[in-house]
Write a protein that binds this ligand. Sequence first.
Ligand code: ATP
Ligand code: MG
Length: 139
Amino acid sequence: MATNRTFTMIKPEAVAAGHAGKIIDMITSNGFRVIALKYTRLSAQEAGTFYEVHKERPFYGELVDYMASGPIFAAILEKDNAVEDFRKLIGATDPAQAEEGTIRKRFAESKAKNACHGSDSNENAEIEGNFFFSGRERF
Ligand code: ATP
Ligand code: MG
């Protein structure tokens, strides 16, 4: 089952702008089933751990501050081919390069503040989902 799951966060600027409901609607309208969902906020330390793979990148500090700047929605989603299909639905990292009809094209403010996270592999989907959710929070 793990191969059919991905993990997402609706990022702070999209939540603050009131887009969370519309983004969740786009997600479920595109065939993803919500397995787990919570409204929460990362501490700077937690955001640093979550994005640790980017530690050496020049934007790491900015990314950590941004992800801890306000509440987010975190979710585990299920669908056939979930990881790849969800990356398609969110669109390119930079909204200027995202295709029409994608979440980032519609809602992202910039390459940094890009509305939505999507896991990049089955392995990371599992790790990221476990970061936020216990077994009894999944349905
Ligand atoms: P995510 O992992 O959030 O789904 P992604 O896989 O499309 O995004 P990554 O390369 O993993 O992109 O970068 C993680 C996040 O870091 C991006 O979503 C964005 O918020 C931020 N980021 C990436 N590149 C830059 C950059 N050049 N300048 C500022 N922020 C950036
Ligand atoms: Mg990524």
